[in-house]
Design a binder for this molecule. Sequence first.
Ligand SMILES: Cc1cn([C@H]2C[C@H](O)[C@@H](COP(=O)(O)OP(=O)(O)O[C@H]3O[C@@H](C)C(=O)[C@@H](O)[C@H]3O)O2)c(=O)[nH]c1=O
Length: 181
Amino acid sequence: MEIIPTPISDLYVFEPRVFGDDRGFFFESYNARAFERATGRRPEFVQDNHSRSRRGVLRGLHYQLGCPQGKLVRVAHGVVFDVAVDLRRSSSTFGRWFGVELSGDNKRQFWVPEGFAHGFLVLSESADFLYKTTDFYAPEEERCIRFDDPDLGVDWPAVDAVNLSDKDRAGALFREAEVFS
Ligand SMILES: Cc1cn([C@H]2C[C@H](O)[C@@H](COP(=O)(O)OP(=O)(O)O[C@H]3O[C@@H](C)C(=O)[C@@H](O)[C@H]3O)O2)c(=O)[nH]c1=O
């Protein structure tokens, strides 16, 4: 597994070693030892999630204020632009975002630890998005920041139309959002 550091501390992109042969391919989609070597952590993942979205769907930018979740995310089929925003006030990169293309072809994974907001935009006809989380879903703790917040200025790839849930359309401005210490 290749570890690709990012300009934001604790945020990593992983590229697994893929073994292809005439049957197809094999790769380890999670290995606790390799994860610990890369991040210095061996979290207990308690939930695995899978969503499917059409082209132009944008889910985010989401986080849980209480019960914050670290998320190890990947795409099994399709292409997305995946974004994490540092919401840790004490961080030197507070308010900065980082984005990476994740696809069924590049098999890249993105580790988004607790203290970040997370979202993605689907660039292919559809995308199957899979992720492991370090805490359980806690709807009362869910928060959403607008994907197009002017202070964050995330440079999303252009799509014909962005498809948002009602919840995400009502996302907060970054400057008014509750964040982490
Ligand atoms: C996230 C989640 C949703 N649900 C339910 C609630 C709701 O009825 C339905 C759809 O929920 P949402 O619209 O919140 O799903 P979605 O917009 O896909 O939410 C996800 O977005 C990405 C970007 C993340 O980072 C995730 O942590 C999560 O917030 O699924 C669960 O039962 N468990 C869960 O863990």
